[in-house]
Design a protein around this ligand. Structure first.
Ligand code: G4P
Length: 539
């Protein structure tokens, strides 16, 4: 019989990530969302934590201090009857492959854009991962209280740079900056006035005026009123209509404008976001689709956080619940060992503190104590075994040749590198014809190289030599029209193999990728690869 709460608990869950470039206002927005949810009474604490994290340049110290205890991978709060899980997507120095992997656990994404800067580099990268999964992407254009780009120009930018069309749900009035008047909600036909002032710390009452209220022209000024009427007509006639199905398939992004730090436009955004997005949907396994409200508990591991304190070698594995009810102490089948294991000591992440969790439902994120048995992408389930397709390997962007300083330590070096690549901290590659001794480490975020060096030293007792290589892109060869050594490539492009022995090409620039494709008809290159195949080799 189905768990009595399962259906109701599932339909009220929303699990999403905020994707943005550093400084667009993710911390500020997250804080405001938590504020609405009553998870924090006064905004400021998320920020304080971020500041604490970045206050010192010696991040290794921070990592050591935080160990696995203060890491925030998901924040949970209630709002309007919904239970919301916001996945943390590390941005600044801590940008790494984990940031991409986290997106695999999200059901939708909020894309936060600074109105003055438009679409920036890290947003593009994260957007691509969301696109790959076809999840709904909601755009929030932030910092409207400051001078920024024209909203039509921003719509154009979304289409040109990201290849996604947008449908504004609200529309800014007045010049951004000093003369910002507010937003017009196209669905309710109401103007929400921006009164300025610093409402950063608290929730504020908003002043609204209906679009056909005769007081509106004087409230926002005749010129802005005329411009608004013109803009609305243009959007109605030439813009994309609001099409929920296209939005839910990730083909159209609803667009919102506001100012997170002034608490303006955040609540209307949140309400619409929650009502348009869906609760956790069915996920595809090797046994077919599994509905979230199935009796069968399933979940997968999307992140493994090592404890940087060498005295505690244990790790924390983050699991996304996909179906059924998770209960503390339950026994589940574990895909990579093929054995049954008991899930003790689960933890859940509230706005600030960890709490021990007794029960969790689809969409929830749980931290599991990991004595070293979990692999990224592992499926855990009750009943007959099923496997989710797992977490892919995402293309690293920084590469270094690494070797042990003391060649006598080669064995420990290889052990450390293998374990760190299984954990997902790095990927490894080898260039054939360069010699058996070579090992190339590839990482998504440059700081992971420091992590590699630090961890090999502290956990495996190996000092390494690092030599930065000029490559910035790796592509897995899915199909090739001829043997790889006969491909026509730029002089700086080199073939290599990944740790599963799969052929890849290392490129220095995008131009070389384009040329490789143009000059070798039939060549198919992938930006991601199957992780399970690589792990299987090392079992
Ligand atoms: P991030 O997590 O995406 O990196 O961004 P974060 O929220 O830390 O915001 C980056 C900066 O942008 C902060 O300023 C923040 O106050 C500011 N900001 C966020 N939302 C808005 C907005 O709607 N309008 C304006 N004008 N600014 C905004 P800071 O100077 O770095 O920090 P602080 O001194 O304000 O705390």
């Amino acid at each position: 019989m189905q768990h009595p709460e399962l259906h109701n608990e599932t339909v009220r869950r929303r699990t999403f990530a905020i994707i943005s470039h550093p400084d667009a206002g993710k911390t500020t927005l997250t804080e405001k969302l938590l504020l609405y949810g009553g998870a924090i009474r006064q905004a400021g604490s998320v920020k304080a934590r971020k500041a604490a994290r970045h206050a010192t340049s010696d991040w290794m110290e921070i990592e050591k201090q935080r160990g696995i205890s203060v890491t925030s991978s998901a924040m949970q709060f209630d709002f309007d009857g919904y239970r919301i899980n916001i996945l943390d997507t590390p941005g600044h120095q801590d940008f790494s492959e984990d940031t991409y992997r986290t997106l695999v656990a999200a059901d939708s994404a909020v894309m936060l854009i600074d109105c003055a800067k438009g679409v920036e580099e890290q947003t593009i990268k994260l957007f691509k991962v969301c696109r790959m999964r076809s999840i709904p992407i909601f755009t929030f254009v932030n910092k409207l209280d400051r001078a920024g780009k024209d909203p039509f120009e921003l719509m154009e930018e979304l289409e040109q740079v990201l290849g996604i069309r947008s449908c504004p749900v609200n529309w800014p009035i007045g010049q951004h900056g000093d003369d910002f008047k507010g937003v017009y909600h196209r669905d309710t036909r109401v103007v929400e006035m921006y009164t300025g002032g610093n409402h950063g710390q608290t929730q504020v009452d908003v002043e609204t005026i209906a679009i056909d209220d005769p007081r509106l022209p004087s409230a926002i000024g005749q010129t802005y009123y005329d411009k608004l009427m013109e803009d609305i007509e243009l959007l109605d006639v030439a813009g994309d209509p609001f099409d929920l199905e296209m939005i839910l398939n990730g083909k159209l992004t609803p667009m919102f404008f506001g100012s997170a730090s002034n608490n303006f436009g955040v609540e209307p955004f949140l309400k619409r976001f929650l009502s348009y997005t869906k609760f956790p949907t069915a996920r595809v396994s090797d046994q077919g689709e599994i509905a979230p409200d199935s009796d069968k508990f399933t979940g997968f591991i999307f992140k493994i956080q090592a404890n940087m304190n060498p005295a505690h070698r244990d790790r924390l594995a983050f699991m996304r619940v996909c179906s059924g009810v998770f209960e503390k102490g339950m026994t589940v089948w574990h895909s990579s060992s093929g054995e049954k294991i008991k899930l003790a000591q689960p933890q859940q992440f509230m706005a600030q503190e960890h709490e021990s969790v007794e029960t969790a439902y689809p969409g929830d994120i749980i931290g599991l104590f990991d004595p070293g048995i979990f692999r990224l992408g592992d499926t855990l389930c009750t009943g007959s075994p099923v496997r989710y397709s797992g977490i892919p390997l995402f293309a690293p962007e920084f590469f270094s040749r690494v070797s042990p300083l003391d060649s006598m330590k080669r064995k420990q070096f290889l052990k450390g590198v293998t374990q760190l690549s299984q954990e997902g901290a790095i990927q490894t590659f080898k260039r054939p014809n360069i010699g058996r001794e070579e090992m190339i480490a590839g990482v998504v975020g440059i700081l992971q190289m420091d992590v590699l060096e630090y961890r090999l030293k502290t956990e495996y007792g190996v000092d390494i030599v690092r030599e930065t290589l000029p490559y910035r892109y790796v592509r897995w060869i899915a199909e090739t029209p001829k043997p790889i050594d006969r491909l026509r490539l730029t002089s700086t492009t080199v073939p290599a193999v990944d740790r599963a022995g799969r052929d890849v090409l290392l490129f220095e620039n995008e131009w070389s990728i384009r040329l490789a494709l143009e000059n070798n008809e039939g060549l198919v290159l992938n930006e991601t690869a199957d992780r399970a195949a690589a792990d299987a080799i090392e079992q």
